[in-house]
Design a protein around this ligand. Structure first.
Ligand code: ASP
Length: 343
């Protein structure tokens, strides 16, 4: 058991949170993140040691990619033994993708990795950045029996702590930018910082951290809409390097019953390319076979994404492809929850 205060590593990758307004020009510009403690003096009052590391060229999260996922994971990997909790700051736009990916990449994770960001820059008078940052650090620093209270990848935003791979960005302007429609939040910050212990991953990993870095794969998201044509679907699914498909269907996993549509999807699966059925609905689950319009999908071997988010489905698909999972095992592996990403 440690008596010392926890050591927290703050990893800044970019996004609005690290910006200040130049009041002369009114434009937002990145500030030197090493000076974070002078921008938020309250950080010195927290009961932990805070170190910071920043991407040399901070990025807008629209430019986020597996290459940067690996950079974040390697920073965590290199400091895993001497740091008690990690806080990762990214732009909010693709935060759910990055945080979901991280949950798969960091195998046997046994320490807190908490993502946060903000809707307004840290230098803005009405900023949400301070609260998000301070509480995310507190979450990462919360210990129980000498270990991190959270031992999974979380996302803290606007008073709520979520399981990261269950989140989705739902608002581009409200401070409450994220939701976890299919899984309860893991904690809430009010007068006290309360954890919903029942929903937090509780198994203790004894195996050491393994970081999976192989994420380069050609996957597509095929979002169905009424009137989608054969040509479009054919075009999207016929290129030779295609390795996986996340198919966003209607409601409980329904898709057109037209034979041309089923034929194209079947041909794709026959090429040993996994096709995942994910619902376009924000909440709820795919139930293949509930309606006629999904029975054929089930018969031809479409994988049931259940209540996974699209963000998490892409990350899981890339992760399993990166592990060279055989086509034979792919369906079973995908349909099983690996990091609490599906019910
Ligand atoms: N465009 C920004 C980003 O995602 C928005 C944000 O930080 O919230 O990097």
């Amino acid at each position: 058991m440690k008596n010392r205060v926890p050591d927290i590593l703050l990893i800044y990758t970019g996004g609005t949170i690290g910006m200040v307004k130049d009041y002369k020009t009114n434009a937002l510009k990145a500030f030197n993140f090493d000076q974070i403690k002078s921008k938020i003096p309250e950080l010195k009052l927290l009961d932990c040691n805070i170190e910071t590391v920043s991407f040399p060229c901070p990025i807008d999260s629209s430019d986020m990619s597996p290459k940067y996922w690996v950079e974040i994971a390697e920073i965590i990997e290199n400091r895993y033994d001497d740091i008690d909790g990690f806080v990762v700051l990214t732009g909010t736009d693709t935060m759910s993708y990055t945080a979901s990916a991280m949950s798969f990449m960091l195998e046997n994770l046994n320490k807190p990795v908490i993502f946060t960001g903000s809707q307004l820059p840290i230098g803005d008078l009405r900023t949400d950045a301070k609260e998000n940052l301070i509480t995310a650090i507190q979450v990462a620093a919360t210990q129980e029996n000498g270990k991190g209270k959270i031992r999974e990848v979380g996302l803290y935003f606007e008073y709520k702590l979520y399981r990261a791979n269950r989140t989705t960005k739902v608002s581009s302007e409200q401070f409450e930018a994220f939701e976890s429609p299919n899984y309860p939040h893991l904690g809430e910050s009010g007068v006290h910082l309360n954890f919903n212990t029942r929903w937090i991953k509780d198994e203790d990993q004894t195996a050491g951290l393994v970081v999976r870095k192989n994420f380069d794969s050609n996957v597509v998201v095929l979002k169905l809409f009424p009137g989608i044509t054969e040509k479009v679907v054919e075009h999207m699914l016929s290129f030779s390097e295609l390795e996986g498909v996340v198919m966003e269907t209607y409601g409980a996993g329904n898709a057109p019953t037209a034979s041309w549509f089923i034929d194209i999807v079947k041909r794709t699966i026959d090429r040993k390319i996994p096709v995942i059925n994910v619902t376009q609905c924000t909440g709820g689950s795919v139930l293949m076979g509930l309606y006629d319009s999904s029975i054929r999908l089930k018969e031809i071997g479409v994988i049931n994404g259940k209540d996974i988010t699209t963000e998490s489905a892409i990350a899981k698909l890339k992760y399993l492809l990166g592990l060279q999972t055989s086509h034979k095992d792919f369906k079973t592996k995908f349909e099983r929850s690996l990091r609490g990403e599906m019910s």
